[in-house]
Each structure stands twice: as structure tokens, then as C-alpha cells.
Design a protein around this ligand. Structure first.
Ligand code: NAG
Ligand code: NAG
Ligand code: NAG
Ligand code: NAG
Length: 260
């Protein structure tokens, strides 16, 4: 009897250890544990110190304007060729304004998340060269079966902005949250750079941040799943290349599961 009790306690401990290790691969730690920069759960400085991704981290997070410095932003946009429409549109200031306006973003963002986000912005816009999707007007992004967000006559819902927001239902849902009539005026996303970044952050917070802890590969799938599993390996390697570069610039480890 006593023996059974001891062995079951032992088994429970073993199981506890096992489940903690299994979970730790992607973090998703229990709320009392820190997720380390390498994606493991624990409580010592290795986990809760520098690079800590979530949980009771001991280092205070850097504010977003200390991460997205002018140097970091210029290092990207300066690679866009002269004559790109985006060069006179996207600015660090408008990104920071949008970040400030996005509830919860500025206080919770990490360096790793900025590296991932800007890797996608860079790929989607070709280093902030494009405001609108190249030849976007030639494609139909109106899902007429969507009754909640019906297309306005004569308006195009092709890709616009840092994340290339597309489709009537996306413009519609995003507009509701931003309190802007993006169904009636989708062109706002291409004419006001703060609005443009707000749409990027809207998509990010709703569709990408929730999978960030699964690794960068999961963020590619969230943005353009068609590219994954051989759909377009050069697009995937371009995105991961930017990600590794920005992680290096921002001094964070890119973590596991980078590709998809
Ligand atoms: C963002 O908000 C902070 C704190 O309220 C403020 O100090 C900063 O100037 C704001 N930045 C921009 C670009 O609005
Ligand atoms: C855009 O359209 C032009 C003219 O039709 C064509 O030459 C070009 O290859 C197209 N670009 C892309 C990226 O589809
Ligand atoms: C751009 O959009 C922002 C956010 O909606 C707004 O505060 C600002 O006044 C707009 N700028 C212009 C020039 O319309
Ligand atoms: C694959 O991605 C690359 C880089 O973004 C792009 O130039 C190319 O057009 C894409 N190919 C296809 C078939 O979509």
C-alpha cells in the first residue's frame, strides 16, 4: 500500500517533469514560469533574465521606440530603390504612432517579435518600396458571398500597406476595429501611413501574434500559408533570411522552428 503510494507519487512527478519538458519546446509555460529566449520554461536568470519572452521576466522590456530605432528602420527602407512610392510614405514615426494607438502592443512587444514583424513587412513590401500590390488592380479581391462586409462599387481590395491587407472581408473587419470606413475607402490604407501601419498591426495582433510562440515558421503560415511546405520555397527563405538578420541586429536568438 505504502509502496504503491510512493510509486504513484513518483510517477506523478515524472509525468509533471515530462509534460513541462514537452511543453517547453514551444514555451507556452505555466504562468509562474518564464519563457527563455531559446524557448524553454524555468525560473532562474537563464529563463527570466535577458531575452525572456514571457512570464515573470526580470528584465523590464524595452519600449518599442528603443527597439525600432531610426537606424534599424532606415537600414531597411534605404534598400528600396529610388523612385519607390513607399520611400516617401512609410516612416518610423508613423509606425510608432500606429504602435502607440494599438492597445496593448507597445507595452508587450519584444525584440524577437519586432524582428519577426519587420521580416514580414520587408518581404511584403520589398523593403517598404511598395504601398500597393504590384498589378493589384488586375485581381479580384471581392468575395461577394460575404454579406457582412459587402464590396463598395468601384473599390479595389487588393494588397495595401506593410502587411498587404487584402479582400473585402479583411478591410471590413479591420475597419470596424480601427473605427474607419475601410470598405468605403480602402485607399486610406495607401494614403495615410499611420492607418497603413495600423492595418499591419491589426492583422499582426489578430492572426500572427497568437502563433509567434510556435516559432517563425508558424508566422509565415499565418500570413501566406501557400508558401509553406514547398509552395514557394524561395519566398520562405527570403522571409527567414530577413528574420535572422533582424534578430542579429536586435541581439536576440531566433529560436526553433524557423521555417515551414
Ligand atoms: C508613444 O507614447 C509614448 C507614451 O505615451 C510617448 O512618449 C511617445 O511620444 C509616443 N510616440 C509617438 C510616436 O506618438
Ligand atoms: C504587371 O503587369 C505588367 C504589364 O501587364 C507585366 O509586365 C508585369 O510582369 C506584371 N508584374 C507582376 C509582378 O505581375
Ligand atoms: C491619418 O490617420 C490618423 C489615424 O487615423 C489620423 O489621426 C491622422 O489625422 C490622419 N492624417 C491625415 C493627414 O489625414
Ligand atoms: C515566389 O516568391 C518569390 C519571392 O517572393 C516571388 O518573386 C515569386 O513570384 C513567387 N513565385 C510564385 C510562383 O508565386
Amino acid at each position: 500500500m505504502a509502496l504503491t503510494k510512493i510509486s504513484s507519487v513518483f510517477l506523478i512527478c515524472l509525468f509533471g517533469l515530462y509534460s513541462q519538458t514537452a511543453k517547453s519546446q514551444f514555451c507556452g509555460c505555466s504562468p509562474i514560469l518564464c519563457c527563455s529566449q531559446h524557448g524553454f520554461c524555468g525560473t532562474s536568470d537563464v529563463y527570466c533574465g535577458s531575452g525572456c519572452r514571457s512570464g515573470p521576466c526580470r528584465t523590464s522590456r524595452d519600449p518599442v521606440d528603443k527597439i525600432v530605432t531610426q537606424k534599424f528602420f532606415d537600414g531597411i527602407i534605404n534598400q528600396a530603390r529610388n523612385g519607390c512610392a513607399g520611400k516617401r510614405f512609410y516612416t518610423r514615426e508613423s509606425f510608432l504612432k500606429a504602435a502607440n494607438a494599438t492597445f496593448d502592443f507597445t507595452d508587450t512587444v519584444t525584440r524577437l517579435e519586432i524582428a519577426a514583424m519587420f521580416a514580414h513587412f520587408t518581404h511584403e513590401t520589398e523593403h517598404f518600396c511598395n504601398i500597393e500590390e504590384v498589378n493589384g488592380t488586375s485581381r479580384d479581391y471581392c468575395d461577394e458571398s460575404n454579406r457582412q462586409y459587402p464590396c463598395a462599387r468601384g473599390k479595389g481590395y487588393y494588397g495595401r500597406g506593410p502587411i498587404q491587407l487584402a479582400w473585402n472581408f479583411m478591410y471590413g473587419a479591420c475597419g470596424v476595429d480601427l473605427k474607419l470606413d475601410l470598405l468605403g475607402q480602402p485607399e486610406l490604407v495607401g494614403s495615410n501611413s499611420t492607418v497603413s501601419f495600423e492595418t499591419g498591426l491589426w492583422f499582426w495582433m489578430n492572426s500572427v501574434r497568437p502563433v509567434l510562440k510556435e516559432g517563425f515558421g508558424a508566422t509565415i503560415r499565418a500570413i501566406n500559408g501557400v508558401e509553406c511546405s514547398g509552395g514557394n520555397s524561395s519566398a520562405v527563405s527570403a522571409r527567414t533570411g530577413y528574420y535572422r538578420d533582424y534578430c542579429r541586429q536586435l541581439g536576440v536568438d531566433p529560436g526553433a522552428d524557423i521555417t515551414c
